[in-house]
Design a protein around this ligand. Structure first.
Ligand code: APR
Length: 278
């Protein structure tokens, strides 16, 4: 290994070696990439897991195809299915997981360069990750606006409509109101392209709970430099992970993998305390 790189030899490419690398102080800029898998333990279904994933449980909404529920063109002529889903997913009744808490702990230790999340559940914010360290690549339920005149819609009115299950309309132009979630067919928030260079600068990339099927988010892991180890905490092997000599695959539940890493770092008590107090 050069003075500041990860260990060289093959058998060292393990979670133990990653923990050593972090403890050495050389992994100062850690980029974290998350998807729906990090929130399943919080009770929010992911999208593509067979049987439990959202996309295999939308039959009741009579969609032409599952992803239509997040398609802007479909939403324009049939907004009801999205609002049925919004009622189930709306933030407020879910708690962050220990994996979300680990990201907040990285930030507390000054090691979090940036978190890119595909999730719209705002659980990273709830766990205490500073908002200037979060890029919500697919937006979130945090704000909403009219899709025609773009006038912002008040949060308290939105919550009322969503919990009642009816479709909010713009007071100004009667247009449909939609949360600032990135639908298929819409551009990602500007912050995504502005901040994606952080992945290039990363000393270490942690990828947690994503199938890496949706671009351009899925292109982030390959932006990491060759010398930056990439650690996948996921039920299954995904994307290009495993193709680089320094990739580490921690397959299984992300909470177990994250707890194992926290243990190797000697952070177990800090992590559990932080998580208990979010
Ligand atoms: N621990 C580890 N991995 C998990 C867990 C868990 N507890 N639960 C699920 N997973 C894994 C699944 O095996 C899968 O590989 O997380 C991944 C979730 O993949 P998806 O359901 O496709 O979710 P995501 O990758 O976030 O989807 C990306 O697709 O529909 C769009 O915009 C939506 O942001 C979403 C995007």
């Amino acid at each position: 290994a050069d003075a500041h790189g990860p260990p060289e030899t093959l058998q060292e490419r393990s979670l133990e070696a990653v923990a050593e690398y972090i403890k050495s102080g050389d992994a100062r800029r850690i980029v974290v990439l998350t998807g729906a898998g990090i929130s399943t333990a919080a009770g929010i279904p992911d999208f593509r897991s067979p049987k439990t994933g959202l996309y295999s449980n939308l039959a009741r909404l009579k969609l032409p195809y599952a992803e239509a529920v997040f398609d802007i063109a479909y939403f324009r002529n049939r907004p009801e299915p999205f609002y049925v889903l919004a009622q189930e997913l709306y933030p407020g009744k879910f708690q962050p997981t220990v994996s979300h808490a680990f990201i907040a702990l990285l930030a507390q230790k000054g090691l979090l360069q940036m978190l890119f999340t595909q999730n719209i559940d705002c659980l990273e914010r709830a766990a205490g990750v500073p908002s200037d360290k979060i890029v919500e690549a697919h937006g979130s339920f945090a704000t909403q606006r009219c899709i025609e005149c773009k006038v912002e819609f008040p949060d308290d009115h939105m919550r009322k409509h969503v919990l009642r299950g009816d479709v909010p309309r713009c007071k100004e132009c009667k247009g449909l109101v939609k949360p600032d979630i990135t639908f298929f067919g819409e551009a990602l928030p500007r912050a995504f392209s502005e901040k994606s260079h952080n992945t290039v600068m990363a000393d270490l990339v942690l990828i947690i709970g994503t199938s890496l099927t949706v671009y351009p988010f899925a292109s982030l892991p390959d932006m990491a430099r060759q010398k930056a180890p990439r650690v996948l905490f996921n039920m299954e092997k995904v994307g290009s992970l495993g193709s680089r000599v320094d990739d580490v695959l921690e397959l299984g539940s992300c909470d177990n993998g994250i707890r194992k890493l926290a243990g190797l770092l000697g952070w177990t008590d800090e992590l559990e305390d932080l998580w208990r107090n979010v």
